[in-house]
Every structure is written in C-alpha cells, then in structure tokens.
Write a protein that binds this ligand. Structure first.
Ligand SMILES: [Cu+2]
Length: 216
C-alpha cells in the first residue's frame, strides 16, 4: 500500500478538516480527518508524526490538486492582453464561379504585419485534375508569368515549384470542386504589392491572379 508520511506542527486549535488523529490506524484517521467527531486534541506547538495511507492520503491530496488548478487559472487570467494570441482577419475568396478561371477578388488590402486567414472555396464543377484551383502568394516584384511557367509541369507537388520556395509567402493547396482550403499568415511588414495566382496550368495566364496590397 502506498504510504504518505505527514508531519504536522500545530500552533492553533484543530478545526474541521485538520489532521489531528493520533492513531496510526487508517479507519480512525479517516474519521478524524473529515469531521470533528473522534478527534483528539493536539497540544499547541507540539510536533507529531503519522503514517497515513489509502483514502486518507487521497483526501489530503485532492484539495491540494484543486488549489494548484485554481492557482493556474488565476495566473492565466492575469496575463497581459498583449500575450493573448491575436485572431486573424478572415478574407473569403472564391475560385471558379461559373467555371470561370478567376478569383472573385482581384485585390486584397492588408495592413503591414496584419494576421490574415485566406479561405478559398472552389465553386468549379470540373474535376480537380481538369480544373483544380490553388492560391499562391508571392514576394513583391515576382514575375507571375515566369512562376506560372515553372509551376505548370509540377503536378506532383500540386503545381508548387520547389525552385521558387524563397519567393512563396503563402499557399492554399490544390482544391477540387466544392472543396475549401485556407492558410493563416502574417502579411509582409513592408508596404507594397504582393501578387497571388492560381498555378494550375494555364490559369494565371488567362487572369486567375490578383494582388495583396499592403498599406499603412
Ligand atoms: Cu485555377
């Protein structure tokens, strides 16, 4: 049986819930630990040792656990607001409405360093391998036509060319009909125009692209 050694140095009269039993017997001890009946007076300032076990040990540990949990909750509520995670601004974007190869937004405005969540839904009715759509945000000044050309043969990666990884800021992977994808990212801190494009072959060329415009 698991045993817990308790040492008490009491400088006040015993109260309800105090450990005051002098008997090493378990049943006597439990009775004395939960109520005033059966308690024995503890001489003030006297030091005693008991060996307790089982239920008695549990009845001691539970209040300790509860006060630790309460302490943690109190600590969390006292955290400064600045440390709470910011919630992103959600930007909803639709691709392939009326099976057109375009996004329904050509421009997404953002503040420098703003936390954004772009949610893309594919309204196209064609199969993913015929007319899938993705969303790729590129660094300012990127050559979108060159990126699209590099992406076209990269079916295995969902048309994300590994060679361009340094220019890619955010990606929503290729979606089939009625699928929804999203990405959460921090907008660049530098004001400017950051192109986004669908890199499915042929889509960028016909205008399935737009611009994230970062402005103060
Ligand atoms: Cu597309």
């Amino acid at each position: 049986m698991k045993r817990l050694l308790v040492r008490e140095k009491s400088a006040r009269p015993p109260g309800r819930g105090d450990v005051v039993a002098a008997s090493p017997d378990d049943s006597d001890f439990v009775a004395s630990a939960v109520g005033p009946t059966g308690t024995a007076p503890t001489p003030s300032g006297h030091t005693r040792e008991w060996e307790i076990s089982g239920l008695a040990a549990m009845s001691l540990r539970l209040p300790i656990c509860l006060s630790v949990i309460a302490g943690l909750a109190l600590g969390a509520s006292l955290l400064p607001a600045a440390e709470a995670p910011a919630s992103p601004r959600v930007v909803k974007l639709r691709a392939g409405v009326d099976n057109a190869m375009k996004f329904d937004l050509a421009t997404i405005p953002a503040a420098p360093g703003e936390l954004l969540r772009v949610v893309l839904s594919n309204a196209s009715t064609f199969p993913k391998n015929v007319m899938g759509h993705n969303w790729v945000l590129l660094a300012a000044g990127s050559d979108v036509a060159a990126f699209s050309a590099a992406a076209a043969p990269e079916a295995a990666s969902g048309y994300i060319p590994a060679k361009w990884k340094d220019k890619i800021l955010a990606v929503i992977g290729l979606l089939g009909p009625n699928e929804v994808g999203e990405v959460t990212f921090t907008a660049p801190g530098a004001p400017g125009e950051y192109p986004f494009v669908c890199s499915f072959p042929g889509h960028g060329v016909v205008g399935m692209k737009g611009m994230l415009v970062v402005r103060r």
